[in-house]
Design a protein around this ligand. Sequence first.
Ligand SMILES: Cc1ncc(COP(=O)(O)O)c(C=O)c1O
Length: 412
Amino acid sequence: MAERLAIEGGTPVRNEPLPPPYPGALVMGEEEKRAVLEVIEQRSPFRYYGPNVLNKVARFERSLEQYLGVNHALGVSSGTAALKVALVAMGVGPGDEVIVPAYTFIACVSAVVAARAVPVFVEVDDSLNIDVDDLKARMSPWTKAIMAVHLQGVACDMDGILAVAERDGVGVLEDCAQSFGAVYKGRKVGTLGRMGVFSLQINKLITAGEGGCVVTDDRDLFLRAVRCHDHGNLREFQGGAPLLGENYRMSELAGAVAVVQLEKLAGILARMERAKEEILKATASIDRLMFRRVPEGAEDLGTSVIFFTHCAQTAREFVRALNGENIGSSQMYDGTVYDAYPQVLNMSTATPEGCPFTCPHYHGDVRYHPGMCPTTESLAERLVYIPIAPTFEDREIADVVSGVRKVAAAVV
Ligand SMILES: Cc1ncc(COP(=O)(O)O)c(C=O)c1O
């Protein structure tokens, strides 16, 4: 007989919640403190000038270039800023469509609109990343770029995506916000498409509270990104055509933290990967739980354990019961796709004119409605997501396993 669940009066698997899903923040310590203090002591929080600039952002950029094996990295103020800067650098603008996975963080959609282009949703498959067959069908004469989001530590099927992009002559922008350090066929994500972006927000693998970066091998795109993020300035660089930019610069305080956090990334990943392996080994055989698929050539960083149940109600009950056991879990984005966002369905922009949807340059006819990506909707509502923290010890790993087993026995 199934053990009595905590939500039904039974004894919970744990007496206290698991560590929260803030990997980089959980391992913050003296090193970050020293790095930030240095900047403050020099009274030089701005990267380009000041009493004694320590070049923290520049150091982060050079370390990131080395870590990823990419020619150029640019620190910016957030992952969303990185997306916008990269899209604009790639020449995306009014009249264009950008393909975005139907299951992702809303920033992917908003950044396309901020670049004044129209987002077009594509289905994800059971890897939770872009379904390449559906991608082929969603390409249009107006498609300018494909945003390949590597969700939760697992790379997309990049061979498939790049083949479609090449066939149609469009650029691929990799969104690596949730997958810092993930690998596809021996190469780090962010280096496979035309440009890549990362986020340093608190939920991410490494964090500076806020922050982001743009990477590329292409010098022209890099120079455009530099101009876009710094009022059109190039500072120490030369080349490319002038343009009116904005301000998405990274501060030296964020840069100081980012340098240290990047040094900690390998350790964070090693701990999370071990936890994930142990949890999967002990739960993979549970009947009727379908674990997220990892595409061929991709590896799983171990940021979370994700599986699907056979129906939406079971997934909801699973999450509720797991939380009762003090095994923090959710349905990620509440188990919903774009149809949860009225602003998407109604194409509500910040201004009543409705650019980019009403832009005279735009000749496509995109409309959004529930049911537009049925496979994604079905996956999202049946999904159970358990974040892993780098501070998991044997006790936490064992508790997650016990929790999943206990709840599965009762609700699946
Ligand atoms: C996939 C994805 N893209 C972009 C972002 C935006 O990053 P930020 O919060 O740093 O703006 C996030 C997360 O916040 C994300 O998860």
